[in-house]
Write a protein that binds this ligand. Structure first.
Ligand code: 5GP
Ligand code: ZN
Length: 113
């Protein structure tokens, strides 16, 4: 599939991978917006949140648990972090393969711009 994140999954293009299991891959964002900025993605292509099926519930839960585990590893679980799915134009989604942003390591403004 001609999708940037599917190419990262296949190792066709390099990424700084921080976690991998059977269904999920996590790697550092190429343009980090915070000291920790990791993207957690399913290995199976899903366009985004609007394309989730009820059979994906466990997968999405697993993505959040991977995010929490990485936050714990990096020592930001207690100080805090943000987990974000951007959907379509108004949220600024640029890659149409489902990805959960994990952002932390600094105080994050609210609401986001
Ligand atoms: P979105 O804007 O769709 O929510 O997030 C896409 C994210 O993917 C952005 O934060 C962007 O920096 C990141 N990104 C885009 N291309 C690449 C890439 O080739 N490698 C990595 N590691 N991240 C990428
Ligand atoms: Zn994909």
């Amino acid at each position: 599939m001609n999708c940037l994140f599917c190419k990262i999954i296949r190792r066709d293009i390099p990424a700084s991978i921080v976690y991998e299991d059977e269904q999920v891959l996590a790697f550092n964002d190429i343009e980090p917006r915070a000291p920790t900025h990791v993207l957690i993605i399913p290995k199976r292509h899903i366009d985004g949140v609007n394309a989730l099926a009820d059979t994906d519930d466990e997968l999405v839960g697993a993505m959040f648990r991977v995010a929490a585990g990485i936050a714990r590893e990096r020592g930001i679980a207690d100080t805090g972090y943000r987990t974000v799915f951007n959907t379509n134009r108004d949220a600024g989604q640029t890659v149409f393969h489902l990805h959960l942003h994990l952002l932390g390591g600094r105080a994050l403004g609210w609401p986001p711009g």
